[in-house]
Design a protein around this ligand. Structure first.
Ligand code: AMP
Length: 399
């Protein structure tokens, strides 16, 4: 990260935290994740001007068409940010308007200013040049620490960076860690490299699976998407989730794996239910032999064991997507077991990246976030990075 001594650092953070009906923060992970960068700026003798979005104010306007400021204002989080940073936080009631300009101009070293929700301006998501130029005037240097929005070419995440030279802009610590982790797995993995891919649909992960088959030694496929593969191979899957139009693609991916010498592991057994609910009757069935009226909601014990063995033999592990409907306690065992195996492998020296919203949620739920090498803060952004796409927020800093 660049040194900010005597400078005003304009920092794009991701403070898009969940709030309850009383506008209290229910999970402050994102604020805590950005704190080291902000604290470093202050310790270096700089001042911090923080920009973030919160929610989707342009999509959820009031009946009269105006922005619902009461709901989406960042004012709700000022006190909490202040307590996490351990310093007072000033607030500007606009993003680049007179209040933000005056408060930014008066800001002294060691002080923090949070400006209003970047998405109150329709130009933010459109990557508006004029808005970005106004944002750039607030700071002497620009730091992007908002990995969660790095895949968006928005004014505050990408376009604004044009106004700073290479020496005047950098990633923050969080962003740096995300980029280093993904690059390590993609470009410099210690072998064997194992990817575990789960989640609901094959269609969401086609690019990821295709790209991974070029580099991994083992590919473990679980979750709902495994049933499209089972169907493609001619099995009975009952009511399990399945994308009929992706069965050819599933076969092509398996063929690619064979040609590349990748060991592909699909579940061999499943925990099945007679309905899509936590309280449905449950049983176990071999893959391809799920009776009519039943659906697979989790991987079975034999699969857990086989997947776990491969995970424990791996030196680098990438995990994206749950092994089952882990939101239902009775069908969370597969996902939880994989989380435990990944933690165990990490303890034994493997490098592990948890790169997806739901698998990160599972790891957090189990209190294992500190037992993996990195749990990504950006679901969509990490997926695109792993697919090999150029992320505008990253490219803008490297330009
Ligand atoms: P994704 O966002 O693609 O990683 O998918 C996560 C979602 O997939 C979670 O909400 C899971 O409940 C869902 N999922 C995982 N396994 C299954 C399954 N066997 N049947 C239906 N949904 C599933």
């Amino acid at each position: 990260m660049i040194n900010t001594q005597g400078k005003k650092a304009l920092i794009r953070v991701d403070f898009n935290v969940p709030l309850n009906e009383e506008f209290q923060i229910t999970d402050d992970t994102r604020i805590r994740a950005a704190a080291p960068t902000i604290k470093q700026v202050l310790a270096d003798g700089g001042a911090a001007i923080l920009m973030s979005h919160l929610g989707r104010p342009q999509k959820k306007k009031k009946e009269d068409g105006s922005i619902n400021v009461e709901k989406f204002t960042l004012r709700h989080i000022v006190d909490h940010v202040s307590s996490v940073l351990g310093v007072p936080v000033q607030f500007a009631a606009d993003t680049v308007g007179p209040d933000a300009q005056a408060k930014a101009a008066a800001l002294q070293a060691g002080e923090v200013l949070l400006v209003e929700n970047t998405r109150f301006s329709p130009g933010e998501s459109k990557g508006d040049e004029e808005l970005a130029a106004e944002m750039a005037k607030l700071g002497d240097v620009y730091i992007n620490d908002a990995f969660g929005t790095a895949h968006r070419a928005h004014a505050s995440t990408a376009v604004v960076a044009k106004h700073f030279s290479a020496a005047e802009k950098s990633f923050g610590f969080l962003m740096e860690k995300e980029v280093v982790s993904a690059n390590k797995v993609l470009n410099d993995p210690e072998k064997p490299l194992t990817a575990i891919v789960g989640g609901a649909k094959v269609s969401d992960k086609i690019l990821l699976l295709d790209r991974l088959l070029d580099t991994v030694d083992n590919l473990i496929i679980g979750g709902g998407m495994a049933y499209t593969f089972a169907k493609a191979q001619g099995g009975s899957i009952g009511n399990s989730i399945c994308e009929e139009d992706k069965t050819d693609l599933a076969l092509q991916l398996l063929e690619k794996g064979r040609n590349k010498g990748v060991q592909i592991l699909l579940p061999t057994d499943n925990k099945i239910a007679d309905g899509f609910s936590n309280d449905a009757a449950s049983d176990f069935a071999a893959t391809g032999a799920i009776p009519d009226g039943w659906e697979g909601l989790d991987i079975g014990p034999e699969s857990i064991k086989a997947f776990g063995k491969v995970v424990l033999e791996s030196k680098t592990i990438l995990w994206n997507g749950p092994m089952g409907v882990f939101e239902f306690e009775n069908f969370a065992h597969g996902t939880k077991s994989i989380a435990e195996y990944v933690a165990q492998a990490t303890k034994a020296g493997a490098y592990s990246l948890i790169g997806g919203g739901d698998s990160v949620a599972a790891v957090n739920q189990m209190g294992l976030a500190d037992d993996v090498s990195h749990a990504s803060t950006g679901g969509g952004a990490m997926l695109e990075f792993l697919e090999g796409k150029t992320l505008p927020g990253i490219a803008a800093i490297q330009a």
